[in-house]
Ligand binder design. Sequence first.
Ligand code: PLP
Length: 365
Amino acid sequence: MIIFNDIKRLIDKEGDELKEVINNVLKSGRYAMGENVKNFEKEFAEYIGTSHAISLANGTDALEISLRAIGIGKNDSVITVANAGNYSSTAIHLVGAQPIYVDVDPITFNLDVEKLKSLEFNKKAPKALIITHLYGRLSDVITIREWCFKRNIKIIEDCAQSHGATIANKFAGNFSDLACFSFYPTKNLPALGDAGAIVTSDSYLAEKINSLRQYGWGEKYQVNIPGGRNSRMDEIQAAILRYRLKGLGERNSQRIKIAQYYSSNIKNPSISIPSIPCEGHVAHLYVIRTGSRPELQKFLLNNNVASDIHYPIPDHLQLKRMNSTSRTLAQTELLAKEILSIPCYPELSYSEVEYITSICNQWNN
Ligand SMILES: Cc1ncc(COP(=O)(O)O)c(C=O)c1O
C-alpha cells in the first residue's frame, strides 16, 4: 500500500542526524524557551524575509493570536474562505467574531478576488481578512492587499500549506500584517508534533504576540496585556525545525517534480488535473477532480494507493453553522464533492509516482 503521506520515511532518512538533534536537546537541560526556540525564530524570520518570527504551539493558535493582536473580538467580522479545513473559522469563532465567507476560484482553489470585490456590507464593515494559500499556491495577494488597504482591513496570511511558496520571488508571509504557519508533521516544513509561528515585520505587533503567547506577560510573571494564554513551541520541536529548515528548498523541489510528473502524465478524461506546476507553487497537496470520486477512491485503494479529501465539508456547512453570514458558495460546495488528493510527498520514489499515474490512467469510469 502506498500510504497517503508516509512521514516515517523522512525520519528513517534522517536517521542518526535527527537522533543527534534530539539528543542534544535532551542533554541541554532546557526544554522550553531556550536557545533552539530563539535561534529558530531568528533563522525562520531570515528565511521568510520578515523582521520577526514568534514561535507558537500550533498553527491554529497562530491564527487566533494574530486576530487578538490586531484587536479582533466580539461583534467583529472577518473575511475568509470556507474550503480550508475549518482552521480560520475556528480561530475567528475563538475570538468571538463572525466569519464572512467568500467563494473560491475553481482553478486556483484560492479566494476568488472577483467575488471579494462584489461583497457588500450592509452593517459593520469587516476588520480583517484571512488569506489562505491553499495546497501550496499563493492567493492573488497583490489584488487582495490593494482591496483591503483601501478599506482599512487588516490582512492575515495563512501559510500553513505554503512554506517556501513565492510570488515575484517573495515568500508567502511577506504580503500581510501578520502571517501564520503550522509545522504539523505533514506540512512542507514538518515538526514531530504540533508547532506553529507568526511572522511579521511590524515590531509593535511582534511584541504584542510575544506577550500573548505567554499569559500576556511583559516581564516574567507580570501581566501587561489581557487575552494572553500559553502557546509556546518546545525546544525539541524548535531544534527539529532548525535542522529541517535547511532541507526545505530541496524537499519542495522534489514535491514540484512529482506534481510536474503527474500533470504531464495523468491523462484520463474523467480526471481533471490541477493547474500545477505554476509559478511559485510548492505542491503541498496534489488535488485532482472527478465527478465520480467514491469510485475513483475505491479503485485507487483496490490498487494499493491511498488518497484523502482536503476537505470534504466546507466551513459554513459544519455544525449547520448558519449563524455566520451565510451566502451561496457554489464553487466551494462543488469542489468539496469532487476533489481528491493523491500522494505527493518528497520521499515517494519515482516508480511509485509512475505507478500511481498508471493506476489513475487505468481507471475506466
Ligand atoms: C491551511 C491551514 N491553516 C491552519 C492549519 C492549522 O494548523 P495546526 O494544525 O498546526 O493548528 C492547518 C493545518 O492543519 C492548515 O492546513
